[in-house]
Design a protein around this ligand. Structure first.
Ligand code: ADP
Ligand code: MG
Length: 715
């Protein structure tokens, strides 16, 4: 096999030392292979020119030939912008520039033919394109056809990188005289059976499609590849678990559970909580190892379910562990659970990265001799040096990027793998969760505890700030606490920080009598914790933050959630944020702030938030509108891997086929099952592979998933 594809990207014509570094750092393109797989995130059809009169409703990117008939600069300071009126002879539309105003005005002439290209948006009855790409119109040149548009983060744009550069580099790569055959990635046997496009052609068509049909066929091929390996990866682990791993048998419900349930529980469990506890109980008594995903909307009472499941372990002389993604959350859980546990005489301890050495030694001892019944902590608690006497159940709260391989690591912590319960508030449509996790059973809490006051959700423009401030003031007077959240702008961290810090200053001067604290991504973890602690304890009344607070903090006294630039958030994320309020008995508010000019589609998207508080409906709407691959990384859906081409909401069919293929390959080749010797107890249709193909499969699984075992990726 050729090493051509693992060649360092800096050796490509047009790259060199400096660009090579930038591509690696910013786009994760380190090798020729990485570049080939850096696909356009969409394609634009530049084979056709639109007429302005053809624009209708929500439009894709389009190109239009015409002339500017007028330029005008409007506004002052930061609001200064250039308006150009553009006519194609029959109708007019508008082009707007918010930056480089003077340069743009000088660059374009009135009465000269141009091609403008961009996404038209409708404001009132006029179409407008902001920052269109403008080029001279040359009727003798043929139209450009389909073109790829590559993701270029803001930081790179500033340094002059553009989508076109990537297109050129891809072209240079394909034209390299040493470009060999691309080694297969999907085994030939599989490719033939499902009639998939050969790889080289598919990659070429992905970057520079001949036409829509070829692009579709290429996409199908690349999606299949991604989903096939994803399914192989998941099925490998679930087969290992199903076949080799015995489960602990918790045969009895005993003293602790009953004592707590009949004498101590502070409220009546909801029907959904009871049902889920039964499902968990059924799992843990069978001798099969439980691996269960518990989904329940924010505030649905997952913690109590986790706690009572751990009581089942304790009743059978096993220990329970509860793991949370952050120190703050772990501490909150510790406080809750030690209070509950104290009533029935349980010893509960907290272990995090900042546990002092002396305490740590006490904990180590208590874990080994079995004195500690329940250990709560961050993921510090499942590192190798934490040794339990008899770990029976691990509960993982608010999982993020916590994949099958991480769970596998936990199974190996005891001679017999403990049961695992993963709790998440991120609603993944049920069927999707099953297919994607493959090896996880799913329980759903679809009912909130009674007596919750609904949260009033409203949309407000920047212009209505006074009104919003009055609401905040009123709630402060009533003794409540306030969240103000800013989006995390990944491509532009400086701007990101600036908006939070400005917000912080502004709020402090508006409300000089109360303490305000601030948390953002650029802070050191312990500073972050200190600031959060101020808010959790009630010392600070207003928290200004980027989305770091998204996961799980519980401050029942908070009654207002203001979300700045709400249009920049995904719906599921907004839902998570909104779930931070409405936890007490008082009426709460969620205010979605947007700038005045938002497009019709954005408005429609945000209005879903004002219409429903059902997390599942919201998540489904979000998936439909954006596709899960589009959501804030895949962490939105809790997946431990990134899908680049496939979309879980729209590619269900390809997913099913890929799963079938993966199943048949594993039937024929049990030796591929993670780290297990060959056996052939599986019946069902087989798809045998040649030794070369097996090598390909092993190599690809390694390239794609070796990294997901890295603990440092879990946060
Ligand atoms: P989440 O599912 O978001 O983790 P929590 O477990 O934090 O939710 O529960 C939210 C709040 O509801 C907590 O204060 C908890 O004590 C309370 N709670 C849980 N179950 C019930 C119930 N059945 N009835 C009343 N309150 C409940
Ligand atoms: Mg919770």
């Amino acid at each position: 096999m050729s090493d051509f594809f693992s060649t360092d990207i800096k050796f490509l014509k047009g790259v060199g030392e400096n660009r090579g570094k930038v591509l690696g750092k910013e786009l994760d393109i380190h090798t020729f292979r990485d570049l080939l797989y850096y696909f356009p995130f969409r394609h634009v059809d530049r084979s056709k020119f639109y007429k302005i009169s053809e624009l209708n409703g929500e439009m894709p990117f389009v190109q239009i030939v015409g002339r500017f008939v007028n330029f005008q600069i409007e506004g002052e300071g930061a609001k200064r912008r250039l308006h150009g009126v553009f006519s194609d002879g029959s109708r007019m539309m508008e082009c707007v520039w918010f930056s480089k105003v003077d340069a743009m005005k000088d660059a374009y002439k009135l009465g000269v033919d141009y091609v403008i290209f961009g996404k038209p948006q409708q404001f009132r009855s006029v179409y407008s394109i902001s920052h269109p790409e403008v080029s001279a119109y040359d009727p003798s040149k043929p139209p450009m056809g389909f073109m790829g548009v590559y993701t270029i983060p803001e930081t790179l744009r500033k340094r002059g990188y553009a989508s076109r550069l990537i297109a050129t580099l891809v072209k240079n790569l394909f034209e390299n005289s040493r470009f060999p055959e691309i080694p297969s990635v999907i085994p030939e046997e599989v490719r033939e059976r499902y009639n998939l496009m050969p790889l080289k052609e598919a990659i070429l068509q992905m970057h520079t499609p001949e036409n829509a049909a070829a692009l579709n066929k290429a996409r199908e091929r690349m999606k299949f590849e991604e989903l096939f390996y994803l399914q192989l990866h998941i099925l490998r682990f679930s087969r290992e678990r199903g076949r080799v791993i015995r489960g602990l048998v918790f045969s009895k419900i005993g003293k602790y559970f009953n004592d707590y349930y009949f004498n101590c529980i502070p409220f009546e469990l909801t029907g959904a909580q009871k049902r889920v506890l039964k499902e968990i109980r059924a799992d843990m008594r069978t001798g099969r190892q439980m691996n269960r995903l518990l989904q329940g909307d924010v505030g649905s009472g997952k913690t109590m379910v986790g706690f009572m499941s751990m009581l089942m372990a304790v009743d059978n002389d096993f220990q329970g562990a509860l793991m949370a993604p952050t120190e703050i959350l772990a501490t909150q859980h510790y406080e809750t659970i030690s209070e509950w546990g104290a009533k029935i005489g349980l010893r509960v301890e907290l272990l995090t990265g900042s546990t002092r050495a002396k305490k740590r030694r006490e904990i180590d001892e208590g874990l080994r001799n079995g004195d500690i019944h329940i250990l709560v902590g961050t993921h510090a608690l499942i590192e190798d040096n934490v040794v339990f006497k008899n770990l029976g159940l691990v509960v993982i709260d608010e999982q993020h990027r916590f994949g099958v391989a991480q769970r596998a690591k936990m199974w190996k912590k005891a001679a017999i793998a403990p049961h695992v319960l993963v709790m998440t508030a991120t609603p993944i449509p049920r069927t999707l969760a099953m297919t994607v996790y493959g090896d996880l059973d799913v329980s759903v809490i679809d009912e909130l505890p009674p007596g919750r006051k609904p949260i009033e959700t409203i949309m407000r423009f920047d212009e209505n700030r006074m009104e919003v401030n009055r609401l905040i003031a009123r709630e402060l007077v009533a003794g409540r606490q306030i969240y103000i959240v800013y989006p995390l702008i990944k491509e532009n961290e400086k701007l990101d920080l600036k908006s939070v810090e400005e917000g912080f200053e502004r709020i402090m001067s508006l409300f000089p009598d109360v303490k305000v604290c601030c948390v953002h991504g650029k802070m050191k973890p312990d500073e972050k914790d200190r600031q959060m602690e101020k808010f959790v304890s009630g010392e600070a009344r207003i928290l200004v933050a980027t989305t770091v607070i998204e996961v799980g903090v519980n401050v029942p006294n908070a009654s207002v959630m203001v979300i700045e630039n709400a249009e920049r958030f995904g719906l599921s994320q907004l839902h998570q944020l909104r779930g931070r309020v409405g936890r007490g008995s008082d009426k709460s508010y969620c205010i979605l702030m947007t700038k005045f000019k938002i497009g019709a589609d954005t408005k429609k998207r945000l209005s879903i938030m004002t219409e429903t508080t059902d997390g599942f409906l919201i998540s489904e709407a979000d998936m439909k509108l954006r596709g899960p691959g589009d959501m804030e990384g895949t962490q939105q859906s809790g997946l431990a891997f990134d899908l680049k081409v496939a979309s879980l909401s729209t590619d269900g069919q390809i997913l099913n086929i890929a799963r079938e293929a993966a199943d048949m390959v594993l039937n024929a080749h049990p030796e591929l099952v993670a780290g297990r010797p060959s056996d052939t107890d599986k019946t069902g249709e087989k798809l045998p592979l040649s030794p070369t193909s097996i090598e390909i499969v092993r190599r690809e699984l390694h390239i794609r998933f070796a990294r997901t075992v890295d603990w440092s990726q879990i946060s």
